[in-house]
Design a binder for this molecule. Structure first.
Ligand code: HEM
Length: 398
């Protein structure tokens, strides 16, 4: 769609002609201007090389209170204050200070120790789905409960409260949410987590929140408010993303039966398959937003301080200079250069966990349900439009 200024309007429709693949890149030069919902113009960066340049440069800020920060939906002035602890929206040393405290929790060694718990969760969810009887909604029975239970276990959030936090996370991430409701959802989640953290500070525990509360908050290194914000970030980022990836990956595999057959024959190639699914689907379909904080240049184009920039991950992951036949799915290509987890200092902290969940969830699903099939015509599948792309429901039989 073209805006009043004659430039394309962004966000684009989340998908292209074939639903599963993203909207095509309109800018052959690797970047161009788009008009945002509030009428502001921003640079949409589409070439792989330029996306990485933006995401590793200190000339671009993640702080949405910076002048010119591109807002993809309206926000209330009350929302426009830096949320304590939300380090995804911080720069420089403030960001590093908080991120560093969580790095050990997501190191590959630590995630490996969680694998038996992840596998038990996956197998339990598959048994529940089987018991519910076919056809069943794979999102409801499998794709959502697995990452939700895993992140609850890791953080020490009671899974019994899952309806409360899933509903509010979804409200926060949907485009159609009016700003007052988004703010209310965020505050309710913060209050909930503040109560939980206060309890853990008093009573202790074996989970991530208890550990950080004891080691960082009780010692005065981190404010309790900061742990609230960081836990909120982990809780929301930790289940909605992986859930949509499990659902969409299943759909993609069922729609590519020849590649699915080869993957079943060679389960050891699951790691490569997961990387290609991450690239092909790029579920953070709107990309990641930044504000230029210094006059700079991208691919010969001057970008001034105070201008908004969107690093459009899906276009970078479809860049033919980096990936052969980028529109095609090739589970054996080993797409290690993809930017589905972002790039640079804000690159996804949870990626070792997300990879382990995807590998185990898809592996067990394919082995335990050899006759898995869609229970509806693919054209009937309804997709979620928001920060994270996903299917609302995925009815399957087995
Ligand atoms: C397939 C699943 C996932 C995808 C595609 C994904 C994608 C991303 C992307 C693109 C970013 C960069 C944001 C930016 O540059 O502004 C990011 C950051 C982040 N992700 Fe993920 N993510 C996934 C799973 C997870 C999980 C499971 C967790 C945690 C348990 C997590 C926690 C985070 C955190 C904390 C950040 C902020 C890092 C920082 O600012 O330093 N993500 N993720």
């Amino acid at each position: 769609m073209i805006g009043i200024s004659g430039t394309p309007r962004f966000p684009f429709h989340p998908y292209g002609e074939d639903t599963l693949t993203p909207h095509p890149d309109p800018f052959p030069d690797g970047l161009g201007q788009v008009e945002l919902p509030d009428g502001q113009l921003a640079w949409l960066i589409t070439r792989h090389e330029y996306v990485r340049q933006v995401l590793r440069s200190p000339d671009f800020s993640s702080d949405f209170t910076k002048p010119g920060f591109p807002l993809l939906r309206p926000v209330l002035p009350a929302d426009h204050t830096p949320p304590p602890g939300m380090f995804i929206r911080m720069d420089g040393l403030d960001h590093t200070r908080l991120r560093r405290m969580f790095i050990p929790e997501f190191m590959i060694r630590h995630i490996r120790a969680l694998e038996p718990m992840i596998r038990d969760t996956v197998v339990g969810a598959l048994e529940d789905m089987r018991a519910a009887g076919a056809p069943a909604d794979l999102i409801e029975w499998f794709a959502l409960p697995v990452p939700s239970k895993v992140i609850c276990h890791l953080l020490g959030v009671p899974y019994a409260d899952h309806e409360f936090f899933q509903e509010r996370s979804r409200t926060l991430l949907a485009w159609s949410t009016p700003p007052e409701r988004a703010l209310a959802a965020r505050d309710e989640l913060r209050d909930y987590l503040a109560g939980l953290i206060a309890r853990r500070l008093r009573e202790g525990g074996e989970d991530l929140i208890s550990r950080i509360a004891a080691e960082r908050v009780a010692t005065g290194e981190m404010a309790a408010e900061e742990l609230v914000g960081a836990s909120l970030l982990l809780l929301v980022a930790g289940h909605e993303t992986t859930a949509n990836m499990i659902g969409l990956s299943t759909l993609v595999l069922l729609r590519h039966p020849e590649q699915l057959r080869r993957l079943r024959e060679r389960p050891e190639s699951m790691d490569d398959a997961v990387e290609e699914l991450l690239r092909y689907l790029t579920i953070v379909r709107t990309g990641v937003t930044r504000a230029a904080v210094a006059d700079t240049e991208i691919g010969g184009q001057a970008v001034k301080a105070g201008e908004g920039v969107i690093a459009w991950l899906s276009a970078a992951n479809g860049d033919a200079a980096v990936f052969d036949d980028p529109e095609g799915l090739d589970l054996s290509r080993g797409s290690h250069q993809h930017v589905a987890f972002g790039f640079g200092v804000h690159q996804c902290l949870g990626q070792p966990l997300a990879r382990a969940e995807l590998r185990i969830a898809l592996g067990e699903l394919l082995t335990r349900m050899p006759d898995l099939a869609l229970a509806v015509d693919p054209a009937e599948i309804d997709f979620r439009d928001g920060v994270i792309f996903g299917a609302r429901r995925l009815p399957v039989t087995w």
